[in-house]
Design a protein around this ligand. Sequence first.
Ligand code: PLP
Length: 384
Amino acid sequence: EFDFAARVERVEPSATLAISNLASELEAEGKDVIDLSVGEPDFPTPENVVQAGKDAMDAGHTGYTSSNGIPELREAIAEKLQGNGIACTSDNVVVTPGGKQGLFEVIQTVVDDGDEVVLLDPAWVSYEAMVKLAGGSLSRVDLSPYGFQLEPALDDLAEAVSDDTELLVVNSPSNPTGSVFTDAALEGVRDLAVEHDVAVISDEIYERIAYDVEPTSLASLDGMEDRTITLNGFSKAFSMTGWRLGYYCAPEELVSQAGKVHSHSVSCAVNFVQHAGVEALSSRTDDTVVEMREAFRERRDMLVDLFDEHDVEVPHPDGAFYMMPKFAPDGDDQQWCEDALEQAQVATVPGSAFGAPGYARISYAASEDRLREAVDRLAEADLI
Ligand code: PLP
């Protein structure tokens, strides 16, 4: 008998598990499931990046690297972030095996037992789990009454943030809503963070997938540079989910403390993958990134129009290849998602998994034909 640590026992298994188990069962029965529950782009990794990874392997870049990452990559990242208006050098950058690991390290470094962390709901599920693993407590601000926008919710945020708040997590463009927060909203975050001396994680992993506005980096705002951890990565921007490559940029004192978690857990990110990362950040990849974004934009436009024809309310999705239609206005989104899967063979994620009952998350990382078919099937099953 194991005597499990309290820290793992306070974390719930993923609420999306029931749906994905059901989806696998249906697929095993030979059913044609349209899976709109996945959080990864459906494009191949750009060819020049794949080639750079192979070349690096052939060149023998297969050993450990320095813990925070190879200098070429940290420099390329610092340069990229300077382009976002963030004052940083490569000494502020830590390269991680995936953005997720970066978030985990930062939360382990900043959040102590009992520390309060503020999340904006609907929020990506892993923030809550990571905070609980670190022993922190959660305070949540619900953006659902405001069409998932932050600017009109700033008064609510002001009520949630106090001198007791240790950390606030902001994610724009957002998973699961697709919202991109306005500059005025980010300035509101800045004012509260400065007033109450709060650290902020700005998760900008969907930065390259935004359609109508260019997302602003929180750390570029006056007063934020010394209190912001900017999190980003390669998975979504360059369709590199399986390569596991991400990074964070933070004040040096944080980098040096988090470096202990980093070096004692992962040692470093994979050597040849870091070399592929340098290529991904080069201008040679720009055209492919734009092509992927434009494909996502067309799908977003198509889905918004189709849902509009069926009178389904969809708070305006502006990026991040997700949207959260209000499929179950009476609130039972779990049941709606089960019905969608069983009756229409369309897999989605219940909004309540993200703190937004009544909604479900759709990932439109699927072809236009499959997306159109998914909507047709939901309509035929009388689910929309
Ligand atoms: N942050 C958000 C909001 C995400 O949705 C994800 C992935 O789903 C990540 C961070 C981490 O991505 P990765 O670990 O692949 O870099």
